[in-house]
Design a protein around this ligand. Structure first.
Ligand SMILES: Cc1cc2nc3c(=O)[nH]c(=O)nc-3n(C[C@H](O)[C@H](O)[C@H](O)COP(=O)(O)OP(=O)(O)OC[C@H]3O[C@@H](n4cnc5c(N)ncnc54)[C@H](O)[C@@H]3O)c2cc1C
Length: 457
């Protein structure tokens, strides 16, 4: 150990979760050290949310690959974190570049990029914000592929050459977004998903609608089939599927999910067990484990908690932790965290689905094509809005596939969070001719169904 440091609060990881916790605490005079192994800002600004959206927007605007890449890289600040790091330090946070591991109660070992070791102590709290990493699927031969042929999403969002043939493994949010972006930018895209539908956790029609949209963009969507084996080819890979078919591609993009990075941090020394990498937390984001059931001075935020892995969850949890440490503690409420996919049309889902609800729900849906806005814009895939209510008339969920749903369907998340009665939503006035007008007929239709259920008809 070449140095010893002590801080009131140590934050491990400076991504979407760690950075705002540190800034909020330092802003109110708390002494904070942030330990960051790679880029200050984490994944979202450089290799995840921001470059993927920039690529999608460029592709929707019909620009060519080179211009799309320039826009992507500008949005991602050329993957240079110095401005963000300066901002963090400017807020009064002490930044320590290196990789941290917990060595015991109140102590971390930090290895700096130069190989120096620093003993870092926290006197009040440790906040773990180490994010998640892509999962390597169990496909024979995948480990032996030559460098460069196997892509993570971070690779796909950093490269400057566009593959002629891209094979996307996984039909979740990342697979759908990158599949559409690359297809629109000229790649021949094939997407393989083991589940019978894309976006498998949502209402079934949502994945069907996005599969239609991707196919319209030329993506070859293969559902209900898994990859068994992969082998290198002259200029790429050959993937064998369980149905006996093969797919040749220049690049294989892993989009089959991510694993929280909570299990190789030394937290087992504090009595925390994790099989799946996730650090379970209570409503104040305190990590569960140890002799008392919860570690009173260890918190976790962001993807590492295994809760709704989005940047907006990470920043929300950051606020929960900072407010708790600043004496304004409150419980997190995840019932209305939006689940958004930024494809065209976009997906906006919130609250429960019929599959995960613990009771029978009453639902109604309308086609977005019936809105005045669709007459104006004439999108190839206008999509649909579905609302889900408890039989008592409370809105508990919504699923929207529609142009720009990410930007206009937010009122549904607030309505779910507030437990708004469907009758109130149906009485609410929406602007004409906006996409949100679709919420009027669907809430009225749901009101009629609810009345019929109440009458037993
Ligand atoms: C392609 C893609 C697109 C996405 N698009 C969206 C989107 O549009 N909207 C959205 O809300 N979410 C999106 N996400 C998810 C979003 O990126 C994550 O939910 C978010 O980045 C999680 O923040 P985090 O702070 O938990 O982790 P990260 O941002 O990954 O930050 C964790 C940080 O911890 C550091 N670290 C890890 N271990 C250590 C250690 N031992 N010591 C020191 N430092 C360490 C890492 O270097 C990293 O900087 C997307 C994800 C992907 C992959």
């Amino acid at each position: 150990v070449s140095e010893q440091l002590t801080a009131e609060v140590v934050v491990l990881g400076a991504g979407s979760g760690g950075q705002p916790v540190a800034e909020a605490l330092a802003g109110e005079g708390v002494d904070v050290v942030v330990v960051e192994a790679f880029r200050v800002g984490g994944e979202c600004p450089y290799v995840a949310c921001i470059p993927s959206k920039a690529l999608l927007v460029a592709a929707a605007a019909g620009v060519g690959w080179d211009k799309a890449v320039r826009r992507r890289d500008a949005a991602a600040e050329q993957r240079d974190d110095s401005g963000t790091a300066d901002g963090l330090v400017g807020e009064g946070v002490r930044l320590l570049r290196g990789t941290g591991t917990v060595t015991g109660p109140g102590t971390l070992d930090v290895v700096t990029p130069d190989g120096d070791r620093i003993e870092l102590r926290w006197t009040r709290a440790l906040v773990v914000a180490t994010g998640s990493a892509p999962v390597m699927p169990p496909v024979d031969g995948i480990d032996a592929l030559p460098a460069g042929t196997l892509w993570t999403s971070a690779d796909a969002l950093s490269v400057t050459d566009r593959p002629d043939r891209l094979l996307v493994l996984g039909g979740g949010a990342v697979g759908c977004e990158l599949g559409q972006a690359f297809a629109r930018l000229g790649s021949d895209v094939k997407l393989v998903e083991i589940a019978p539908r894309l976006l498998a956790g949502e209402q079934p029609w949502v994945g069907d609608a996005i599969a239609d949209a991707l196919r319209h963009d030329g993506v070859d969507v293969r559902l209900d089939t898994s990859a068994t084996r992969v082998e290198p080819q002259d200029s790429g890979v050959r993937l064998h599927l369980a149905d006996g078919s093969t797919i040749d591609a220049d690049r294989l993009l892993l989009a089959g999910g991510r694993r929280p990075r909570g299990d190789r941090l030394g937290l087992e020394r504090l009595g925390v067990a994790s099989d799946d990498g996730a650090l379970r937390v209570d409503a104040r984001c305190r990590v569960l484990g140890g002799a008392d059931g919860v570690l009173p001075d260890v918190y976790a935020v962001g993807d590492v908690t295994g809760v709704a892995p989005f940047t907006h969850t990470a920043t929300y949890q950051a606020e929960i932790v900072a407010d708790g440490l600043l004496g304004r503690g409150r419980d997190a409420d995840y019932r209305a965290v939006p689940r958004v996919v930024y494809t065209d049309p976009a997906v906006f889902c919130v609250g429960v689905t019929e599959a995960n609800a613990d009771r029978a729900l009453v639902t109604a849906a309308v086609d977005v094509a019936d809105t005045a806005r669709a007459l104006v814009e004439r999108p190839p895939h206008a999509g649909r809005v579905e609302l889900l209510a408890d039989p008592d008339g409370t809105l508990v969920g919504a699923a929207v596939v529609a142009p720009h749903a990410d930007s206009w369907a937010g009122e549904l998340a607030l309505a779910v969070r507030a437990g708004v009665p469907v009758s109130l939503l149906a009485d609410h006035v929406h602007p004409h001719p906006a996409w949100s007008e679709a919420l009027h007929p669907v809430s009225r239709a749901l009101g009629i169904r609810l009345a019929a259920v109440a009458d037993g008809t």
